[in-house]
Design a protein around this ligand. Structure first.
Ligand SMILES: [Zn+2]
Length: 125
């Protein structure tokens, strides 16, 4: 297999850079042009970040993480404090929204990093 023309550090380095919102290959430039829009290519190392199509994977992983946190808290609250339903909703619904919106770019960055590392690059059609 021919190595890519951009830097190719170890997987955990790339995942860390992706989670931090930096180019997984070089870490020099931002990975996102806006909240979830990926830059076309890294301006520093020319890695084709815009050709990484993560589709729904970041949303699935984010739901998995947030679901475990929120349902765990719900079960904990129901077994210990037994608060009224309105109080549970007032705490857990905003928490769910904030966690999902906060984790989605981090998870997407990590998934894009894995995709770049293993060569899951889809050229434009
Ligand atoms: Zn780069």
């Amino acid at each position: 297999m021919v190595p890519p023309p951009w830097p190719n550090p170890p997987m955990k380095v790339q995942i860390g850079r992706g989670i931090a919102g930096r180019c997984p290959a070089c870490g020099e430039s931002p990975l996102f042009a806006s909240y979830l829009r990926v830059v076309v290519a890294c301006p520093s190392c020319k890695a084709p970040l815009g050709q990484l199509r993560s589709d729904d994977a970041p949303a699935y992983v984010t739901i998995l993480i947030v679901g475990h946190i929120v349902v765990g808290l719900l079960v904990l609250m129901e077994t210990t404090l037994v608060p009224p339903l309105w109080l549970e909703a007032a705490i857990l619904l905003p928490l769910t929204l904030v966690l999902a919106l906060a984790l989605l770019p981090l998870v997407k960055g990590g998934i894009l990093a894995v995709m770049l590392r293993i060569g899951m690059i889809r050229p434009p059609q």
